[in-house]
Design a protein around this ligand. Structure first.
Ligand code: ADP
Ligand code: GLC
Length: 495
């Protein structure tokens, strides 16, 4: 327990178990719980999407308020609950016309046209909660930690519309970039909907080549910036990875750090996972064999213990480099192996994998869609996980793989480079190697590395060493949450 607990207000557009489109939800669900476990008093604010099962998750109406926005006051119902095990308070901002929709940010691959309004409203609602929390229980946050473009405006508002003497004057702010490829870009003619003065629509603040960039607002106005791995924190300062914001980040490099994500070791636990047919641990992997057979059955593949099974669980976007997998699949399908893919996203990528599945039905298992249970069963049942990302801020799937004894084959970028120790005979001898890495985002580099992995798999002894080292890796949040607390404290000392 931390002897000097902090009050931490966190805002995220998604969080497990309430709403999830990607790894951000895992982080925003797990980090507050871990901070609470360390003794800090955390309040997480999320939008109350219509897809959230409020009754099952224990959300109940708490307050009603009118949120001032550029479009006039907009009513919000604030629902209250907790994260699992009662660790950490959750407030969900409800305004059904904005959030009671089939998707979080988009439908059928098209962004909602009013995303700027929706998240400007949410960002202001977060700040409107401050006086209410203070009045209710005297709770005043020391730190406000916001995640991704959807919450970035709250950091801008705090230093502009909400600046001046107030009990929240000393509040320090942290902004975490989970993926700089998603910036919340909107046409200049919609700028007025932010409610901010035109003096902020300049390249020094929210303007990005003639458009409005919400993410940039967060980068400029937050006291401290973090991203989700040290390597990615360096990569985004280069033109190759910065998506046009590398200059802004270089200017703020003394306020930018990278902290690798952990995983929720209660939710992702091969010894107690409710989604998998048989539990197992590092000391007895027999259950993993049962999981593999069940996965082969579930994916309509021949049930064979000896055949190497490669799993993929991923959003289907350019970022994830799965076009490289599609490129090499015809060659891989010549070999005795199986590939299972769970993913959804880009319609063209979905169609391409459907065609490959039809072409190689006994080699390629496919499930297009979002399926939490199947994601767990692939992590448990596969021998290897493929993650050939072009860039990867952190990546969680490879961390789940390590914990489930599934050897990751990943591209050397971002958090993948920081979390997987590459195979080499020496690294094996030293008990450090946990997976396979390749450098170039090219079909041949991927193929060569998969072939190496298959050789090591066939050999057997070294493979066991990889599994052992992977399962022995500490991937829990404990260390990362402490790193965040250290930064929070450092921030509190900043002038
Ligand atoms: P990103 O956030 O960029 O998508 P991460 O590796 O950080 O990548 O996190 C992805 C998360 O989303 C993991 O928890 C993974 O299991 C999950 N996921 C991705 N695609 C699917 C899917 N189709 N069905 C279920 N879970 C998925
Ligand atoms: C983003 C990134 C992913 C990261 C996740 C959580 O979605 O693409 O690499 O793991 O955020 O931080």
């Amino acid at each position: 327990m931390d002897p000097y607990p902090l009050n931490i207000l966190m805002a995220s557009p998604e969080a497990v178990p309430f709403a999830k489109t990607g790894g951000l939800a895992d982080v925003a669900g797990a980090l507050p719980r871990e901070l609470a476990r360390l003794g800090h008093r955390v309040c997480l604010v999320i939008p109350r999407y219509g897809t959230i099962d409020g009754a099952a998750l224990g959300l109940k109406e708490w307050r009603r308020l009118a949120v001032p926005t550029a479009l006039g006051p907009i009513d919000a119902i604030i629902e209250q609950g907790t994260l699992p095990d009662g660790r950490g308070r959750v407030l969900a901002v409800r305004h059904d016309p904005y959030f009671d929709r089939a998707g979080l940010y988009q439908e059928a691959g098209r962004d909602y046209s009013d995303n700027l309004e929706r998240f400007a409203f949410f960002s202001r609602a977060v700040l409107e909660l401050l006086p209410i929390l203070k009045e209710e229980s005297g709770w005043v946050p020391d730190v406000f930690h916001a995640h991704d473009w959807q919450t970035a405006l709250s950091l801008v508002y705090l230093r502009t519309l909400y600046a001046g003497p107030s009990p929240f004057h000393g509040l320090r702010t942290m902004f975490t970039i989970h993926n700089i490829g998603y910036q919340g870009l909107f046409p200049a003619m919609d700028y007025w909907k932010t409610g901010l003065g035109t003096e902020l629509f300049t390249p020094k603040a929210l303007e990005f080549y003639g458009s409005v960039s919400l993410l940039k607002g967060g980068l400029v106005f937050a006291d401290f910036l973090t991203t989700v791995s040290p390597t990615y924190s360096r990569e985004i300062q280069t033109p190759e990875f910065g998506f046009g914001l590398d200059g802004v980040l270089r200017e703020r490099q003394d306020r930018l750090a990278g902290i690798v994500n952990g995983i929720d070791v209660d939710l992702w636990n091969p010894t107690a996972d409710p989604y998998v047919p048989c539990r197992y641990s590092a000391s007895d992997l027999s259950g993993k064999t049962v999981c593999k057979a069940a996965l082969q059955r579930e994916m309509n593949l021949p049930v064979r213990a000896e055949v190497p099974l490669l799993g993929i669980v991923s959003r289907l976007t350019e970022q994830k480099g799965l076009d490289l997998v599609a490129d090499v699949l015809p060659e891989l399908a010549m070999l005795d192996l199986q590939v299972v893919l769970l993913g959804s996203g880009d319609p063209a990528a979905e169609a391409r994998f459907r065609a490959l599945h039809a072409q190689f039905p006994r080699k390629v298992g496919l499930s297009i869609g979002f399926d939490e249970g199947l994601a767990h069963r692939i992590e448990a049942g596969a021998d290897m996980l493929l993650m050939p990302s072009r860039y990867e801020p952190c990546g969680l799937s490879q961390l789940y793989s390590l914990r489930y004894g599934t050897v990751p084959i990943v591209r050397r970028t971002g958090g993948l480079a920081d979390t997987v120790v590459p195979y080499s005979p020496q690294a094996i001898r030293e008990g450090r190697a946990t997976g396979f890495l390749f450098g170039e985002a090219a079909k041949d580099a991927l193929l060569t590395t998969v072939l190496l992995a298959l050789r090591v798999y066939a050999e057997g002894e070294e493979w066991k060493a990889l599994i052992r080292a992977g399962m022995g890796t500490n991937v829990s949040w404990a260390k990362s949450a402490r790193a965040y607390v250290e930064l929070y404290r450092k921030m509190l000392e900043l002038r």
